[in-house]
Write a protein that binds this ligand. Structure first.
Ligand code: ADP
Length: 490
């Protein structure tokens, strides 16, 4: 076996303990896959209210952890638990920062002290490791909330013997969230002012924690090969394309894996009946159960389109809103589970009243319902403007729920258009970001749905694919080794 690595995965959310999106799924499942490859992997995250609500068995590891914030000392502590019974998971406790209803954003907007909360978290990670005497080969940082970790290592901790052999990987799960704060927050970081520059963490006069991670990590990755290329262009770079081009030699794309312990119809804890690719009867039962849950009555030959998503422009809700009246004229039913921007809450609540026979809407974050939608729907719609990886299309494949997606990022990498003649492909996709293209593709999919043999073929093509962590976890190990070589050569 290759060298056993010591890996710390730092993430601001980790499923099942605290989740707002795909980052949590990855942070909750990749470590388990790395562990099964024989590595010493541990996870670190904040101890939020949401974590406490899960009531995990916790042990106190560090009673007092002192972190400098500007010229004062903030006191926290460190608890620990296990992820999936095997992965040690450290929880940074500071109730004034993390004992709150939401993780980063309320429906009214971001918490005003997010800079301080994640400066504390980043610095606490580095101080906690010393107290725990865990010297990692790799700190795997994720998204802006941990962007300062590589920055601290290359500045305040650069002469610290404890970290001399520690390298960093910074993974971008979504470039749209950049952790931008005003320059006046700089003193809270205790970083030297020279770091506030174009080659550092300064971004058009502000501080960007995302840019911090991009500039100071040994290697960068993002969650699909497609997205790793897209983000180097002005169309998808959201202003960071210059930085990403500058670091393109160190930028990799590794597709997320999925955790089939949680997301597989043969063992899903939340669905009415189990089924698999060889016995699909249970899917009909799940379909009926889903219709019941949403109070819909539709004929057997009417396909159900599912959506589980943040209600945000990124997810394609502007073109979907435009397409809804036409979509509702087609022979289909639709169930939408989502939460996010108020304008879309209002819109979908209104649409639900207007099309109560065929549209079910639940404005909530509800994991059990998410599983029921995966199992009970016939199609799954993801018309995203951009999609770094996307997990739900891969869950859908496993559940025999055929994805209809826009060809972008990870959606383009994982979904192959169904070829009617050859019987190849696992879904339907469109390129142009428009309601017209969306409608045309949904129409094509529901036409094919009428041909039961063809439909079964697409379902089975998807169900037989393997989107577990098997391949991607090994790619991460290779990436860690690349980062270690890079670090050693500096
Ligand atoms: P993103 O991270 O951009 O939100 P992903 O497709 O990568 O999108 O991951 C989203 C994850 O969050 C999936 O596991 C999905 O099932 C889940 N999810 C999103 N919205 C909801 C919701 N309203 N209720 C339950 N789960 C949700």
């Amino acid at each position: 076996m290759p060298k056993k690595l010591k890996i710390l995965l730092a993430s601001s959310e980790v499923a099942p303990l605290a989740k707002t999106g795909g980052l949590a799924d990855v942070a909750g499942s990749l470590p388990k896959a790395l562990k099964s490859l024989g590595h010493d992997v541990r996870v670190i995250m904040p101890l939020y209210t949401m974590v406490k609500q899960h009531n995990p068995k916790m042990k106190e590891e560090i009673p007092v952890l002192e972190i400098p914030i500007a010229d004062r000392i903030e006191q926290g502590s460190v608890m620990s638990t296990f992820l999936g019974d095997t992965v040690p998971t450290y929880l940074i406790k500071h109730d004034r920062y993390y004992d709150r209803e939401y993780l980063y954003t309320t429906p009214q907007g971001d918490y005003p002290d997010n800079a301080e909360r994640f400066i504390f978290f980043s610095r606490a990670i580095l101080e906690a490791l010393k107290k725990l005497d865990f010297v990692p080969d790799i700190i795997h940082c994720n998204d802006w909330q941990t962007g300062l970790v590589p920055t601290y290592l290359k500045t305040l901790y650069s002469q610290d013997d404890f970290y001399k052999n520690t390298s960093t990987v910074f993974t971008v799960h979504n470039l749209g969230y950049q952790g931008k704060f005003w320059a006046l927050d700089m003193p809270m970081t205790n970083l030297p002012w020279e770091v506030f520059s174009i080659n550092g963490i300064e971004y058009y006069g502000d501080i960007s924690f995302l840019k911090a991670g991009l500039m100071f990590s040994d290697v960068i990755s993002t969650v699909s090969k497609g997205y790793s290329k897209e983000i180097q262009t002005p169309e998808y770079g959201i202003g960071m394309e210059g930085v990403l081009q500058y670091r393109s030699q160190d930028l990799y794309g590794i597709l997320n894996g999925t955790d089939y312990d949680d997301w597989s119809p043969d063992k899903d804890k939340f669905i009415k009946t189990h089924y698999d690719v060889n016995s699909l009867e249970g899917k009909k039962v799940c379909r009926e159960d889903l219709l019941k849950e949403f109070g819909l009555k539709v004929a057997e030959n009417t396909p159900i389109i599912g959506m589980i998503t943040r209600l945000a422009d990124q997810k394609g809700f502007d073109i979907l809103s435009e397409a809804m009246p036409e979509l509702m004229k087609m022979n289909l039913a639709m169930v939408v589970l989502g939460t996010g921007e108020q304008k879309y809450h209002d819109l979908f609540n209104t649409l639900k009243k207007e099309y109560s026979q065929k549209l079910g809407v639940l404005i909530a974050f509800n994991n059990a319902t998410a599983h029921k939608i995966e199992a009970g729907s016939d199609l799954f719609l993801m018309p995203s403007q951009y999609e770094p990886c996307g997990l739900n299309q891969m869950y859908s494949l496993k559940y025999g729920t055929v994805p209809v997606v826009r060809a972008t990022g990870g959606l383009d990498d994982t979904i192959q258009d169904f070829d009617l003649k050859a019987g190849k492909g696992n879904g339907f996709k469109f390129s142009e970001y428009s309601s017209k293209a969306l409608l045309k593709t949904v129409k094509m999919a529901i036409d094919v749905f009428e041909d039961k043999q063809k439909w079964l073929k697409i379902m089975k093509n998807g169900m037989n694919e393997d989107h577990s962590w098997k391949t991607s976890a090994k790619e991460y190990v290779n990436l860690y080794e690349t980062a270690m070589k890079k670090h050693a050569s500096l």
